[in-house]
Design a protein around this ligand. Structure first.
Ligand SMILES: *[C@@H]1O[C@H](CO)[C@@H](O)[C@H](O)[C@H]1NC(C)=O
Ligand SMILES: *[C@@H]1O[C@H](CO)[C@@H](O)[C@H](O)[C@H]1NC(C)=O
Ligand SMILES: *[C@@H]1O[C@H](CO)[C@@H](O)[C@H](O)[C@H]1NC(C)=O
Ligand SMILES: *[C@@H]1O[C@H](CO)[C@@H](O)[C@H](O)[C@H]1NC(C)=O
Ligand SMILES: *[C@@H]1O[C@H](CO)[C@@H](O)[C@H](O)[C@H]1NC(C)=O
Ligand SMILES: *[C@@H]1O[C@H](CO)[C@@H](O)[C@H](O)[C@H]1NC(C)=O
Ligand SMILES: *[C@@H]1O[C@H](CO)[C@@H](O)[C@H](O)[C@H]1NC(C)=O
Length: 642
């Protein structure tokens, strides 16, 4: 093919690396840049660029066709006169970059803070950011305790331990505040007895002391540096009682999280919320029993120091609680007292569903509450998880240089240690982009700081916009019956031809030679009609399917499938072949690039396929197949030493 002779790599054309065709390494003219007949479609493919003036390109050895859209890697120098090349450049600018610092009031734990990017669809951009946990970072600890009667002895104990807890936390940071609240349940039958006597005092404690009236959630002490007040408040608050065993803890948690002013959460602080109970919890739906049917909206509804909305709003769902905790940077610690009322598994499951939460058992005497808080605090701060809120149209991948990486983060890091993250960002489509930057945040969970990416996409071409110097409405070159856009005619409805010279009815409209790709092929590959030497491809009944190309020779639905999914759902189908997302290859994007599925878990030392095979498309092919078998070539049924 004379095509290959033209091959000149214009490596300087793009600021960032261009997408290569990883599938088979053989460069072929299968990308059909030339089949795109308008600028927007052409630039929708990173490998293509557009020239407003048509250029000649070879269709076969002795036939030439005029085209505007060219494959970047096969360009002759100066194939397009200066000023007529449409190849928008991506750009990157760091807008805010304060260095990491630990200071009493002004900590910076992630840097940079803001980056502006402009990218083309399909273009991958990599950047770095750093995270370090500041020393002496402020801590707010709010203790929410179940105050139903069975918790009485833990209450007394906690009051005694209060000072010790504060002393211990002060060793971690001099900037420590503590607060305290309690909960029982929604006050109505059947959760609470509504017999008037019992509504006033539902139970009697030892030495004839009466319980106080039941309530939902009460904030006894907003966050304060006066640590001695904590013990006092815990000892002063009196327990109450109710009927059923699950309690209204989730109501209390949501109020304690969202009532920022009432509780006194500081924006720049670690927020620890310790939740202590010996019973299970009511969940969304249970509220119906007392007539609280409106779904919980996670708004603060405190009147004075009490939660008021408990008979109107249902209990929150667990996923809602997770969402609210995440948005408010709350680290939850469940300090659970074992009892016959309670299955520990419920709290383990709850914790698994709430990011940045931990669960521990409070022993009979409550004495380990300090260790529990301290241990879990350390677990929380010794790791970092980066939350990103990308859309389905922007692909994000994260790696870091830490020694113990976990998905999207690191564990086993220490205060002051810097972790260098590398993020890759790749817009997959212009869908949903309305010209306003897409904001994506990279936020360490539990911390009120983030790196914000403002991403602009290059979608379409400037010369398609009325007013551009290459946009001519009703151009004479288009028979006065179309617009000249980016060098090509965009004909009015019912007009066809490169100069809108045809109406599709008259005989000169029916010359079909220009609608045939190779001699002998069907007109418009049988998938379109030839109008004035130009194929108009049929539309498919299914709007998800599109036939395209100058000869209707391409479509985006007849690529290979894996498990019924086009390109295994990991790539884009372009003209009959899958363009796979990063990390995948194969004709249906079915093969992971990584060898990890060919290594036995925990046996990295054995190597790929136990050292007895090669990893092909994520599966082991054993070298001596008559000898070794098994998923990892780890079995040798006939070996004598077995
Ligand atoms: C990770 O990168 C940061 C920043 O360059 C560096 O300070 C740190 O030592 C690196 N960590 C490891 C484990 O290499
Ligand atoms: C982070 O790591 C990348 C390479 O992985 C390196 O180029 C960059 O300089 C590092 N950043 C810092 C601050 O060390
Ligand atoms: C991501 O979060 C930021 C900050 O909360 C918000 O401004 C942005 O709109 C979110 N982006 C998406 C795509 O949801
Ligand atoms: C119209 O055609 C003439 C003659 O081919 C050419 O010189 C001129 O640049 C064309 N105009 C546009 C807007 O392309
Ligand atoms: C169709 O057009 C081609 C050139 O575009 C020409 O050579 C051929 O004679 C035409 N055929 C008819 C039937 O007009
Ligand atoms: C095929 O292309 C059409 C039109 O561009 C698009 O709406 C559809 O989502 C695409 N289908 C697939 C499977 O990519
Ligand atoms: C996977 O293993 C094969 C040999 O089995 C090796 O050739 C290839 O480079 C490895 N690929 C990666 C990404 O490690």
């Amino acid at each position: 093919m004379s095509w290959l002779m033209l091959a000149i790599l214009l490596s300087s054309i793009s600021l960032f690396s261009t997408q290569k065709f990883e599938n088979d390494g053989v460069i072929e003219k299968n990308h059909d840049c030339e089949s795109y007949v308008n600028c927007g479609d052409c630039l929708g493919h990173l490998e293509c660029l557009w020239c407003i003036k048509p250029f000649e390109s070879s269709k076969s050895d002795n036939e030439y066709t005029r085209s505007h859209c060219a494959w970047r890697e096969f360009l002759e120098p100066n194939f397009c006169p200066p000023g007529l090349l449409v190849d928008p450049k991506s750009s990157k600018a760091i807008i805010t970059q304060r260095p990491l610092q630990s200071a009493q009031t002004d900590n910076v734990q992630i840097t940079p803070q803001k980056i502006k990017l402009t990218l083309r669809v399909g273009e991958e951009h990599k950047f770095h950011f750093q995270y370090a946990q500041a020393k002496n970072y402020p801590i707010d600890l709010y203790y929410v305790m179940d105050y139903s009667a069975s918790m009485e002895k833990h209450r007394i104990k906690l009051a005694k331990l209060g000072n010790k807890l504060a002393e211990t936390m002060k060793k971690i940071t001099s900037n420590f505040r503590i607060g305290f609240g309690s909960f029982v349940d929604k006050v109505n039958s059947p959760f609470v007895s509504t017999v008037p006597e019992l509504l006033k005092s539902p139970c009697t404690l030892n030495r004839g002391r009466k319980c106080v009236a039941p309530y939902s959630f009460k904030n006894h002490m907003p966050l304060s540096t006066d640590h001695s007040k904590f013990s006092y408040q815990v000892s002063q608050a009196q327990v109450s009682g109710n009927l059923d065993s699950p309690e209204g803890g989730l109501d209390a948690l949501v109020q304690a999280i969202v009532c920022k002013e009432e509780i006194g959460w500081r924006q720049q602080a670690r927020h620890l919320l310790v939740f202590s109970t010996d019973a299970e919890f009511h969940i969304a739906g249970d509220g119906k029993l007392v007539g609280a049917i409106i779904p919980n909206d996670a708004k603060c509804r405190m009147n004075g120091n009490k939660y008021e909305g408990y008979l109107t709003y249902d209990y929150p769902s667990i996923s809602h609680l997770n969402d609210v905790a995440g948005k408010n940077n709350i680290n939850l610690i469940f300090a659970i007292v074992k009892s016959h009322n309670l299955n520990m598994r419920s709290y383990e499951l709850l914790s698994e569903n709430i990011e940045n939460s931990k669960v521990g058992v409070l022993d009979e005497s409550s004495e380990n509450v300090i260790d529990l808080v301290l241990d879990n605090y350390n677990k929380i701060v010794d790791s970092v998880l980066i939350d990103t809120n990308s859309t389905q149209h922007v692909q994000i991948e994260l790696t870091s240089n830490c020694t113990t990486p976990i998905k999207n983060g690191c564990s086993d890091i220490h205060v002051g240690e810097v972790v260098n993250f590398t993020a890759s960002i790749k817009p997959l489509s212009c869908a949903g982009y309305n010209g306003k930057p897409i904001t994506i945040s990279f936020k360490p969970a539990g911390i009120d700081e983030s790196l914000t990416i403002e991403l602009d996409l290059i979608c379409g071409c400037d010369c398609e916009v009325p007013g551009n110097s290459n946009y001519f409405p009703n151009s004479a070159n288009c028979s006065g019956l179309g617009e000249m856009v980016c060098g090509v005619c965009k004909c009015s409805p019912g007009r066809y031809g490169s100069q809108c010279e045809c109406d599709g009815q008259h005989s000169h409209s029916l010359n079909e030679t220009d609608c045939v790709q190779n001699p002998g092929d069907s007109v418009c590959s049988g998938l379109g009609s030839c109008k004035c030497g130009k194929c108009e491809c049929f539309s498919r009944p299914n709007s998800d399917q599109k036939i395209s190309g100058k000869f209707c020779q391409c479509d985006n639905y007849s690529c290979n499938r894996e498990h019924g999914l086009l390109c295994a759902g990991r790539g884009r189908c372009s003209c009959g072949r899958c363009l796979c997302n990063a990390g995948w290859s194969g004709s249906a994007c079915e093969c992971p690039d990584s060898n990890s599925t060919c290594i036995r878990e925990g046996r990295n030392d054995e190597g790929v396929c136990s050292g007895r095979g090669t990893c092909v498309c994520g599966k082991c092919e054993c070298t001596e197949s008559e000898l070794y078998t098994g998923k990892f070539c780890e079995l040798c049924p006939t070996c004598t030493d077995r």
